[in-house]
Design a binder for this molecule. Structure first.
Ligand code: FE2
Length: 292
């Protein structure tokens, strides 16, 4: 097995290993250690059946079966969720614009995702990239004064915040109230301590963090803007240009990511990813429970 860093900050490519075959304990330990160290791993050229994808992802923990959103599951494989600009039931898939702002998966729930794993099935001739940013590095680079202020702070994560337009993406959501009712806001720590490495990481996101708990909106706005800009510092990032058969996965406790709108979205130019989600440990609490 060869491990090659993809940037100074985050990401490594692993070659000379076939994930379709059962891994030895030594191989598994090496992959696991590389994942903790590099946060994002890329395995190019993997030929995996759905069963083999599920078996590999399942070694990290229990998988989401997407029972709350069954439309986009791969038939017969509820653990595999299809993200892309493809037609389904005569309509463009609503997954087309998944992840268009910086975020950590499911931080707006009380059980955020541990690992998100994408298996690239189709990719446009240009674009369709994902950028990742190392949130441990982003935390480490702050001043000690700001670190100590953020260490005890909490923030509200709200999925309905995601649908405010950005410069590069204009969301089309018919009913924001329904979205908020289905996904009530949660409070998360601003700095998350990694349970396996002890490293601290910033845990807010442009997509979902609407405000800090205990600060006025005016006080918080400037700080959020400063941190969002800081978290996307190019030196903290790696941007992955996919090839078909790339298997890419990351630790949502240590990084944030964005699916860039850097390609033509029409269905003649397909981008299709099979996503598997390893469920994480509970984190945070419901905002409404707090208010009550
Ligand atoms: Fe995501």
């Amino acid at each position: 097995m060869k491990i090659r860093p993809l940037s100074m900050a985050i990401g490594a490519e692993i070659t000379d290993v076939d994930l379709a075959k059962p891994l030895s304990d030594a191989q598994w330990s090496e992959i696991y250690a590389a994942w903790l160290k590099h946060i994002v791993l890329v395995f190019p050229g993997q030929k995996l059946s759905p069963e083999q994808q599920i078996a590999f992802a399942g070694r990290f923990g229990p998988l989401d079966d997407h029972a709350d959103d069954p439309t986009y599951r791969l038939p017969d494989y509820p653990q595999i969720y299809m993200i892309g600009n493809y037609m389904i039931n005569g309509k463009m898939s609503a997954t087309k614009d998944t992840g268009r702002k910086w975020h950590s998966d499911h931080s707006y729930t009380t059980r955020p995702t541990l690992i998100s794993m994408l298996y690239c099935r189709q990719i446009p001739p240009v674009g369709g990239t994902t950028a990742f940013s190392n949130m441990q590095m982003a935390y480490d680079m702050l001043s000690d004064k700001l670190k100590s202020f953020l260490d005890g702070l909490e923030a509200v994560h709200d999925l309905s915040h995601y649908i405010t337009p950005s410069l590069t993406w204009k969301p089309k959501v018919k009913d924001p109230t329904k979205l908020r009712d289905k996904n009530p806001p949660v409070i998360q720590p601003v700095v998350r301590v990694h349970p396996e490495t002890g490293r601290k990481a910033l845990y807010i996101s442009e997509a979902q963090t609407s405000r800090f708990v205990g600060l006025t909106p005016e006080e918080g706005r400037g700080l959020l803007d400063l941190l969002f800009k800081h978290m996307a510092t190019p030196e903290f990032t790696y941007r992955h240009n996919y090839q078909v058969d790339d298997l890419v996965f990351w630790d949502n406790r240590s990084c944030q990511h964005i699916a860039l709108a850097d390609y033509n979205h029409d269905s003649s130019n397909p981008r299709l990813m099979y996503r598997l989600t390893v469920l994480g440990e509970p984190s945070g609490r419901l905002l409404d429970a707090e208010a009550a």
